[in-house]
Design a binder for this molecule. Sequence first.
Ligand code: SF4
Ligand code: SF4
Length: 250
Amino acid sequence: MAIHEKSLIDADRIMEHDSLVVDGVDVSGHWNTMIKPRYIADYDDDFEKIIQSYGGGENVHRCWQCGSCTNSCTMYAVNTDFNPRYWIYLTRLGLKDEIIKDKDIIWQCVSCNKCTNICPKDVRPEGVMKALAHWLEDEGHTEVKPSHLFDEEFWEQVERTGRIEDAHVIMGFFKKTKQPLIQEWLTAFTTRMIKHLPFAHLFRMGMNFVFTPRTRSWGRTGKVLREFVEQQEAEARERRQQARQAKEAA
Ligand code: SF4
Ligand code: SF4
């Protein structure tokens, strides 16, 4: 039989005859594929809880594996190894080592949130991708990735001013990732904007870049938001610490 996502199965577990006739019926190739059983002992019961303790991973337990997230995923369209449904499945089973094998692509999620919009169980797969990427960094499996630095810059601006100025985010991201501030694609992009956007709009953008406006009353609102985020992070750290201690004690 044909197998869905055959690439996810270790090659040495797939049995297939190139040429086979059974009772006069030709069942060559895919039609006689069998998979050797696998017995798993290297799972971590607490892994799902650990991922739930990261921002975005809270709803991972709700997944019923419909695959809509992967089907709609922007990254899957360009690289079929990028498979949110599969990583969520591994998370639920506690198969950390399998997730570590994909450490160099999980962080590539572009946060388009198509998966989040389509998910029938409100799992928020985009958040789970972020949670997994942060866990990989915390455990030292990957260095801090550009997507993390972008999120950091984005959040710092929201926290400071209650709004986002695209030019500031890009500049801040370039600084954090030690990229030159003048780049060919950016020059081409800016030239097109100057040519096609109305002057009033460009003027307003320029003024906002220089004076960095803040949302009205942001001082108090920002403070509440900051305290809330700090509280959430402290609780998440505490939950992770408890999960580690419980594991060590077991
Ligand atoms: S769309 Fe939602 S429920 Fe379906 S596989 Fe993805 S995360 Fe799971
Ligand atoms: S947010 Fe990430 S995981 Fe979700 S569809 Fe976009 S690229 Fe894929």
